[in-house]
Write a protein that binds this ligand. Structure first.
Ligand code: GSH
Length: 259
């Protein structure tokens, strides 16, 4: 793996991803062109966060990209992100063709529409799987992550390590986080992927949700099939490359840093 430093940050501070992106950077240089292709995606990243999704997408589609974060230092990575996107400093923040974007699902769908091969990561619109794909693409953030997060925040506040139904303004939600876990589990127990029969961007979106679930005290017996599916999708070479770039010290190190 080769690393290339960003002009904006020192070698220790910035990591420019290898893999597909580096391959294209190298091609440009060999032809005497700019070593920075116009269509390069810049991903502002925090280890273990949703920005991992964009690295994975770029690896799946061989999109040229660079990743900016400070290894092992969440606050420094956040500050890099804030410097480029002060009003909405969220991971991922992506800079592409002069635009700064947030919202991982939107970024993924946009990049898929802009690079060759993007259509490989979605079922055809004529396929019965297309409805499932669309639903999970949006459910991942629209419902799953935020409902789980609402209860996680309460759980962290209570410190009693139990998941309780979240309330909004004192009113109980009908659909709680365990309902979300049960819904995912029921689907993935009967389908190979979240986009139905084939791997798709919906799996990239849902992977973070599965990881999030594992960090909270849900009963693992309620997400066994989700676990099996996650092991399967994470074994993909593109995901493995993305993890070695975006989470170089592994999830354990990250967990120990959070304690
Ligand atoms: N729905 C957004 C959520 C982005 C988000 O909340 N990212 C987290 C990291 S995983 C973040 O930046 N948190 C900082 C904050 O909320 O202040 C997406 O999918 O991109």
């Amino acid at each position: 793996m080769s690393h290339k430093t960003s002009s904006a940050f020192s070698r220790r501070e910035a990591i420019v991803a290898a893999g597909a992106g580096a391959a294209l950077l190298a091609t440009g240089a060999a032809e005497g062109k700019s070593s920075v292709p116009q269509d390069k995606v810049t991903i502002y990243h925090i280890e273990g966060r949703r920005s991992q999704r964009i690295i994975w997408l770029c690896e799946e589609l061989a999109i040229p990209y660079e990743v900016k974060f400070k290894r092992g230092d969440t606050m420094a990575s956040l500050n890099m992100l804030k410097a480029v996107n002060p009003k909405m400093a969220m991971a991922p923040t992506v800079v592409f063709r002069g635009k700064t974007m947030v919202e991982s699902g939107g970024i993924i769908e946009y990049l898929m529409s802009q690079f060759p091969g993007g259509e490989r990561l979605a079922p055809k619109t004529s396929s019965p799987d297309y409805a499932d794909y669309k639903m999970w693409m949006h459910y991942a953030e629209g419902t799953a992550a935020c409902r789980i997060n609402a209860e996680a925040m309460r759980e962290l506040a209570d410190r009693d390590r139990t998941i309780k139904p979240a309330t909004i303004g004192g009113v109980f939600r009908i659909v709680g986080a365990q309902d979300v876990v049960d819904f995912l589990e029921a689907y993935i127990a009967t389908h190979p992927y979240f986009g139905g029969n084939t791997f798709s961007a919906a799996d990239i979106m849902m992977d973070f949700v599965a990881t999030y679930i594992k960090t909270l005290p849900f009963d693992p017996a309620t997400y066994r099939n989700l676990d099996l599916w996650q092991a399967k999708v994470q074994a993909r070479p593109a995901c493995q490359r993305a993890l070695s770039i975006g989470l170089p010290d592994g999830p354990e190190k990250l967990r120990s840093q959070r304690k």
